[in-house]
Design a protein around this ligand. Structure first.
Ligand SMILES: NC(=O)c1ccc[n+]([C@@H]2O[C@H](COP(=O)([O-])OP(=O)(O)OC[C@H]3O[C@@H](n4cnc5c(N)ncnc54)[C@H](O)[C@@H]3O)[C@@H](O)[C@H]2O)c1
Ligand SMILES: O=P(O)(O)OC[C@@H](O)[C@@H](O)[C@H](O)[C@H](O)CO
Length: 471
């Protein structure tokens, strides 16, 4: 669908539902937490394309700062999706956001969750937003401790962390007798539904064990693998929308044509017919998650750290560098044998990824992808390192990710942007061998089934070699 409202004045009008040709607002039946670009290119797009879209409006809340709600409220939640193929752009007005709110508008969140017709809460708050450690235990940060105290005093008290916002909302739903609901994570985390369940349940337990019991009986924590490369918006994107469509959109979103959503959940209160837009509901999302996290996100991290150190600014530039391409292929060769999917599917996925990365019109900035390595490297790379070492091989591609990330933590390449980097920053300044062993100790401590990575001399040697090989 391409929408081009008539131009009525010399200065272009602001996008809003008052413009001709804009879709009507649907009743709110979905709440979203983490109103960012990806939500609008993905879940909001799928919802707009469901056959029953007219019944499913979204009330979206930002994760922390109010900016996205401030930009979208004056335009009634509408935004323009620019689907950016390698040979041109297509424009579409996405109208599934019925209401937008700042995260601080906690009472609005409680109000929505009290409504029985609200059936699904979707989440895109980044990996760090879950406040889970590697063992999925809720991190008792200052903000979490303050939120627990606030909810113990009053379940409707304003809170700030994702687990507490959900617990407050579920307490309101329980008190209103509004019944079962699905919480559907759409972040790049393995078993993201289980992670959400774990942090919400632990926080609820600390607030009120009876609420935790209610949650166990009434809340369906669904998992999903989500995919659509969606960079941050540029001024050029905004100018393009005005030039092409004749209205001012303060916050359009540019994205690639490819999109994928594979989910697993029970959806006791219903859901839109997302499969009409290509989504798949499966029993077990794990193979799809592993394929995406190890191949796509793992190579994105590699390209972001190594590529920016080598002077590149975006994914398309980095993948055109033969050295980066070789490391990416090595990483994929290491991950592929451990994916529980047919070899031909994995090969097709790899070749599609190369085409997606080469789309120079997307210009996905490495400075965006480098963020939060302390949470991302561990889930994207460590499982493959362990599987390859168990098979008796030294994984050079994975070693390159770790080496490039250490160089990044030492100040090379794109600027560091990682709230969880502290423990790593404390050790990367040492000599190479000490630093590599200390980083591997943090990334891969011993557990019941696996040895610690820091004592693996062959792996340590490979990472040290790659520290200089990156250039
Ligand atoms: N952009 C993509 O290509 C893409 C693709 C697949 C999955 N994702 C997932 O979506 C997430 C968001 O991506 P985006 O492009 O929309 O980013 P964005 O920066 O546009 O939006 C991020 C949202 O998360 C919130 N947030 C950030 N850190 C938070 C924290 N610590 N606690 C609570 N809320 C927090 C922000 O307030 C904002 O609402 C990613 O981290 C990833 O897990 C993104
Ligand atoms: O969004 P993040 O920070 O988890 O990871 C950065 C990119 O790897 C990611 O956004 C991908 O582009 C995306 O996952 C593609 O679907």
């Amino acid at each position: 669908m391409s929408t081009s409202p008539e131009r009525t004045t010399d200065s272009p009008p602001r996008l809003s539902r008052a413009l001709p040709g804009t879709p009507p607002a649907a009743p709110v039946r979905i709440v979203h937490l983490g109103l960012g670009n990806f939500h609008r290119a993905h879940q909001a797009w799928y919802t707009a394309h469901a056959g029953d879209a007219a019944d499913w409006g979204i009330a979206a809340f930002t994760g922390r700062r109010p900016d996205a709600a401030d930009a979208l409220a004056p335009q009634d939640g509408l935004s323009t999706l620019i689907t950016r193929a390698s040979d041109g752009d297509a424009f579409e007005l996405v109208g599934s956001l019925t209401a937008v709110h700042a995260a601080a508008d906690h009472q609005a969140l409680l109000d929505y969750l009290r409504r029985p017709e609200v059936a699904v809460v979707t989440i895109t708050v980044t990996e760090q937003g879950y406040l889970a450690d590697a063992a999925r235990q809720l991190r008792r940060t200052e903000a979490v401790v303050a939120d627990i105290a606030a909810l113990q005093g009053d379940p409707a008290a304003p809170v700030t962390t994702l687990p507490a916002r959900l617990v407050g909302g579920l307490a309101a739903r329980r008190a209103a007798g509004a019944g079962a609901i699905t919480i559907l994570s759409c972040d790049n985390l393995p078993e993201n539904g289980e992670v959400a369940a774990s942090v919400v349940t632990q926080l609820a337990q600390a607030v009120d064990p009876a609420l935790a019991e209610w949650i166990a009986e009434h809340v369906d924590f669904a998992s999903s693998m989500v995919d659509r490369i969606t960079p941050t918006t540029t001024d050029a994107d905004r100018a393009l929308v005005t030039a092409e469509l004749g209205y001012v959109d303060a916050s359009p979103v540019a994205t690639e044509p490819f999109h994928e959503w594979v989910m697993s959940g029970r959806f006791p209160a219903g859901r839109p017919r997302w499969e009409d837009a290509g989504a798949r509901v499966v029993d077990d999302v794990t193979p799809f998650e592993q394929r995406k996290l190890w191949l796509l996100n793992g190579s994105h991290s590699l390209l972001a750290y190594a590529g920016s150190i080598r002077g590149h600014a975006s994914i398309d530039e980095a993948i055109a560098d033969p050295a980066c391409r070789e490391w990416v292929e090595a990483l994929w060769d290491e991950a592929a044998p451990h994916l529980p999917l047919p070899a031909e599917d994995v090969a097709a996925y790899r070749s599609a990824l190369l085409q997606r990365y080469a789309n120079s019109r997307i210009r996905h900035q490495l400075a965006q992808i480098v963020a939060d390595g302390s949470t991302k490297v561990v889930v994207r790379t460590v499982p493959v390192i362990r599987a390859e070492r168990a098979a008796g091989r030294v994984p050079l591609g994975c070693a390159t990710v770790v080496a490039a990330w250490i160089r990044h933590l030492r100040g090379a390449g794109a600027p560091l942007n990682d709230g969880g980097a502290e423990p790593y920053l404390a050790v990367v300044g040492d000599d190479d061998e000490t630093a590599v062993r200390a980083v591997l100790a943090l990334l891969g401590p011993a557990d019941e089934v696996a040895a610690d990575l820091q004592s693996d001399d062959d792996l340590v040697a490979a990472v040290i070699i790659q520290l200089s090989a990156i250039g």
